[in-house]
Write a new protein. Structure first.
Length: 629
């Protein structure tokens, strides 16, 4: 699931020839007027995936209403195709202006080039049929950039599986949270970017459905990053675009935009391997640079010299050096202490434990700030949610994060350390098809809208049918705005044909959605045109609902029998803290914090403000002691 992402981040993709409309050769380099830091006069933006010498303009023009303004220069394309064939390219991307409305020129260009070049060709109207040419062009270039590498990997995977006797079909999870065939994944590999975190969101949504939790914030922290995702009514929040390979402090706008359906989450460079340092202003900073698995944190004893978050967790007593990963990896406390003392403690005149606590606090505060921003941008109050924590590092930090966010309940499911992998197994066969069309409600044409939705539904269901013969359900969404606004909000539409007069009904749905999203409607806009910009149909197979489990607050007090020194944030010192094996607990057990509950894949650190209660399915529920929730 990380192959496409890593290829984009590390710039290890194919040499791509980008064929585009004359006059638009430099769109992917000029980007848009937005800048992620308006006051930085030396701002450096990411270089495009395709350098200028590999971008080829051709004559021909489709208009803003989809009309053919100038014919495609087929003779020039023929000459260009011969040049590409001799240029050592590994893939071709085609992106013409307004092709999302009329793909005829793109498809003809594809056919001409394919007749000359034996190369994979990606067409923007197939990869991302949405308006906004910078995002669409960048997306088709990214698809072409990773396509040869992904196709080669998937071919080898299928061969190896067959050699080992596996005759079953292979499916891949995509960034929108559904499963697609390996053939679809090979053709549209850009849809696999950020597919790994999508598995985690699906896992958290399944947990929410099992316990009947309508509002959940999922918290996934692994070795490199931490991800926060809002889940409402058992469904993760989704978006139509995201950024990959952000280059500057994970700042929004500093990466490559990818315009495809995706589970929306906020991601920061805070994982177990994220490195800590002191900046020029004397502040502790963590990430986004990571120690990785090799050499790893200093405590791994593999040559790493710089302190990572795992080193801080070890010094603070959250980890058992003799039982990390079930004892498979022996951790060195002296090496962790030496790295923290050298890179942080000595520079700030702090003791080892104080420096380690500073590292942990910076990490937790960064995650809390990211979660607050993500919730506010969605018009939500983060404290109204229950947290579901998973990933190898999340249970170590979840209680402290809840303290900072004012969250009173946190659930650590069974298998939390491998939650994303479990999410892959829970994912449905699903696909989302989109099309951009400007549809003013004042001239609402139900016939045209019905035909467009039917076409999108057929496209989405065709992909789903590659994996299932069962029942399929579809959801239709209109992305709408006031005319003149820059971006749209999602408005769910009913699964029925539209009729004359439904324009007024859709207008009311938009106004209600606008008020919910922004907290209020805008007075004085009653005469302003409202328009649909993009229609989306998301189809998926039916999956059985998990058996409902009622949350219990527990009544059987359990006392720890083993103890070790663990740092207590409330008293700012090491305290003898109970250590309990998770597999020794049964449903209904209640333990008062502070306590550390250990298992093979992770450890759950329960701070003093919380109790922890074992649920019927083995999940751990942390409850704030003074809360009645």
């Amino acid at each position: 699931t990380t192959l496409a992402t890593n290829a984009l981040i590390d710039r290890r993709g194919a040499k791509v020839a980008f064929v585009t409309t004359e006059g638009f050769r430099d769109v992917i380099e000029m980007r848009t007027e937005s800048r992620f830091d308006q006051y930085d006069l030396t701002l450096t933006l990411p270089m495009p995936l395709v350098p200028r010498e590999d971008r080829f303009p051709v004559k021909g023009r489709i208009g803003a209403q989809g009309q053919d303004l100038a014919p495609l220069d087929e003779a020039g394309l023929q000459t260009l195709a011969e040049r590409i064939a001799k240029g050592g390219y590994g893939a071709v991307a085609i992106g013409f202006i307004h092709s999302y409305l009329n793909p005829a020129h793109e498809r003809r260009a594809r056919d001409i080039i394919a007749a000359v070049c034996d190369l994979p060709i990606s067409v923007s109207s197939d990869v991302s049929p949405q308006m906004r040419e910078f995002e669409r062009f960048n997306t088709v270039c990214a698809n072409a950039y990773v396509r040869p590498q992904m196709a080669s990997y998937l071919d080898r995977l299928q061969v190896r599986l067959k050699e080992r006797g596996a005759g079953c079909p292979v499916f891949m999870i995509h960034s929108g949270g559904g499963l697609v065939s390996v053939q679809t994944a090979a053709e549209f590999p850009v849809r696999l970017v950020e597919s790994g975190p999508a598995g985690g969101a699906i896992f958290a949504a399944d947990v929410a459905r099992r316990f009947g939790l309508g509002r959940v914030v999922s918290y996934d922290m692994g070795g490199t990053t931490a991800k926060i995702c809002l889940i409402e009514d058992y469904s993760p929040k989704t978006a139509r675009s995201f950024e990959v390979a952000r280059t500057t402090r994970f700042a929004k706008g500093s990466g490559m935009p990818i315009s495809i359906p995706v589970i929306e989450m906020i991601e920061i460079g805070a994982g177990g391997g994220s490195l800590a340092h002191v900046d020029a202003m004397g502040r502790i900073q963590t990430g986004p640079e990571s120690a990785g698995s090799e050499p790893g944190p200093a405590c791994y004893q593999r040559g790493g010299m710089r302190p990572a978050i795992t080193d801080a967790d070890l010094v603070l007593g959250k980890l058992d050096p003799d039982n990390f990963a079930g004892g498979a990896i022996k951790l060195s406390l002296p090496l962790a202490e030496a790295a923290i003392d050298r890179d942080v403690g000595a520079r700030l005149s702090l003791g080892t434990e104080a420096a380690a606590f500073g590292i942990a606090e910076v990490v937790d505060e960064n995650m809390a700030n990211a979660a607050r921003v993500h919730a506010v941008e969605s018009g939500k109050n983060i404290a109204d949610n229950m947290m579901v924590a998973f990933g190898g590092a999340a249970p170590l930090h979840a209680a402290r994060l809840c303290e900072k966010l004012g969250i009173d309940r946190c659930l650590i499911p069974q298998g939390a350390g491998v939650g994303s992998a479990i999410g892959f197994l829970k994912a449905p066969f699903g696909y989302e098809a989109l099309a951009s069309r400007i549809i003013p409600l004042s001239g609402f044409d139900p016939g045209m809208v019905n035909a467009l939705i039917a076409d999108l539904k057929a496209t989405a269901e065709r992909f789903v049918r590659q994996g299932t013969a069962g029942a399929i359900h579809s959801e239709t969404t209109a992305f709408m705005r006031y005319r003149g606004q820059g971006w749209e909000i999602p408005v769910p539409l009913p699964d029925r044909p539209f009729v004359a007069g439904d324009g007024d009904l859709i207008r009311r749905w938009f106004l209600d959605a606008y008020a919910r999203f922004f907290g209020r409607a805008i007075d004085g806009l009653s005469g302003l045109e409202i328009e649909v910009v993009t229609l989306s149909v998301k189809s998926a197979d039916e999956r059985p609902a998990p058996d409902r489990v009622a949350l219990t607050t527990g009544s059987r007090a359990v006392q720890a029998t083993a103890f070790r020194a663990v740092f207590d944030p409330s008293s700012a010192r090491m305290l003898q803290t109970g250590i309990v094996a998770r597999d020794s607990l049964v449903s209904g057990d209640r333990i008062s914090g502070p306590v550390v509950i250990v298992e093979r894949e992770t450890s759950t650190v329960v701070t003093a403000p919380f109790d922890v209660v074992v649920q019927a399915d083995g999940s751990l529920l942390m409850l704030r002691k003074e809360s009645s929730k």
